[in-house]
Design a protein around this ligand. Structure first.
Ligand SMILES: [Zn+2]
Length: 109
């Protein structure tokens, strides 16, 4: 995926971020944190926060993307509509995710 450098000054080692390093943990009631850790020092990096509303949106995005993929090469007349839906849903997920992060960080640190 990507080569990252740990920003823990006592570590500063490079590591490769692989999909299987990305984990999810329930941090409060409905809220899940998606994160990965530096394999050298264990420092955690937050990818995103989700709640059931955001997970629902992400699920809808996945479904639309599957439709787009299934229709590829068959002259998808709804392609523009589908891409517009994905864009709107992604914007909504990002907006909600930022709000959630602001609310969540209070009890994380
Ligand atoms: Zn590290």
């Amino acid at each position: 995926m990507a080569i990252l450098r740990c920003d823990n000054v006592f570590c500063s080692k490079e590591f490769e971020l692989r999909t299987d390093m990305i984990k999810t943990r329930v941090i409060k009631a409905d809220i899940e944190k998606t994160y990965f850790s530096c394999p050298h020092c264990g420092r955690e990096y937050t990818v995103l926060f989700t709640d059931s509303q955001i997970r629902d949106i992400l699920e809808r995005i996945k479904n639309i993307k599957q439709k787009i993929k299934a229709n590829r090469g068959h002259g998808d007349r709804d392609l523009v509509k589908h891409l517009g839906q994905v864009k709107r849903l992604q914007e909504e997920a990002v907006r909600l995710g930022m709000k959630l992060r602001d609310e969540s960080e209070e009890f994380l640190y």
